[in-house]
Design a protein around this ligand. Structure first.
Ligand code: ATP
Ligand code: TZP
Ligand code: MG
Ligand code: MG
Length: 261
């Protein structure tokens, strides 16, 4: 059976990103390397139209303003009406009240297809006390327990990423242990992953399978890039190259996945 990455490359889904100012260029280049078509459109005057014609929409609150959150809600509602999947990246939730309130507002008004965040962000979204410093979460959380609890609270398929990644939905939990610490030295490694997840879910009928396939693919690409380069700058470039190069066979060979109830 062919891997979903081959389907993304065939269909070249249009991914509408309302994302932060730090990662816009990296996200666009990353999506091109994956084989998707990126578009960044933030103005409230156009987001509904763009979301409607997109294959998936990414809402990322990394450098949020009140106006941008309003635009995200317009885009999300329009995507919902058109049956377009919506991915939420709750960057920095828990660090400030504005971020937490804005993410909760989005979740109240938009039917979000899935969420991807680090453990601290997901914990805060689910009402569990955890430390978030800026955009980085704390690492001393039991992610499998958190994933179960967060799904019970939010009732939305979600991925918690970090050294190990966990994808959870009703009755299923997948744990993925690929990746490389150099990803933590590249800003936007999480944000781009959320956009890649959007590309994968747009070409699949199974949200959590698409999420875990996207994470395996992404983290195998990171491992292959780290085999060639040990410093963040050259790693970042090599990583984009590997997102372009890695295929289903390479993923099957390297992926480390554990499924549990
Ligand atoms: P943070 O701001 O806390 O760094 P983030 O939003 O950037 O969070 P991460 O959790 O860092 O997102 O995940 C981004 C990617 O990096 C994922 O593919 C994840 O699996 C990978 N990753 C993060 N930390 C590690 C690590 N220590 N070892 C291997 N892979 C990692
Ligand atoms: N500050 C606000 S958004 C942002 C920073 C550094 C980028 C966060 O990217 P990621 O993918 O969460 O590391
Ligand atoms: Mg990171
Ligand atoms: Mg992040």
């Amino acid at each position: 059976m062919s891997h979903l990455i081959e389907e993304v490359r065939k269909q070249q889904p249009l991914i509408h990103n309302i994302t932060n100012q730090v990662v816009m260029n990296f996200t666009a280049n990353g999506l091109y390397a994956v084989g998707a078509a990126p578009v960044m459109a933030h103005a409230k005057e156009e987001v509904e139209e763009m979301a409607r014609i997109a294959s998936a929409v990414v809402l990322n609150i990394g450098t949020l303003t009140k106006e941008q959150v309003d635009a995200m809600i317009l885009a999300g509602k329009s995507a919902n009406q058109a049956g377009v999947p919506v991915v939420l990246d709750p960057v920095g939730v828990g660090a400030t009240t504005f971020r937490t309130d804005s993410a909760n507002r989005i979740l109240q008004e938009v039917k979000v297809t899935c969420i991807r965040g680090n453990a601290g962000e997901i914990a805060n979204l689910a009402g569990v006390d955890a430390q978030v410093r800026g955009v980085e979460g704390s690492s001393d959380i039991d992610v499998q327990k958190l994933a179960k609890l967060a799904f019970e609270t939010l009732q939305i398929p979600l991925a918690i990423t970090g050294e190990k990644d966990v994808v959870v939905d009703q009755g299923a939990q997948v744990s993925i242990s690929n990746g490389h610490p150099l990803l933590t030295k590249v800003t936007g490694a999480g944000c781009l992953l959320s956009a890649v997840i959007a590309a994968f879910i747009s070409v699949s009928d199974h949200v959590t399978e698409a999420m875990s396939d996207a994470i395996s693919y992404y983290n195998v690409a990171a491992e292959k890039a780290a085999e060639k380069h040990a410093y963040p700058g050259s790693f970042q470039v090599a990583f984009l190259d590997q997102l372009f190069e890695v295929d289903g066979a390479a993923i099957s060979k390297k992926k480390r996945i554990n499924r549990s109830l």
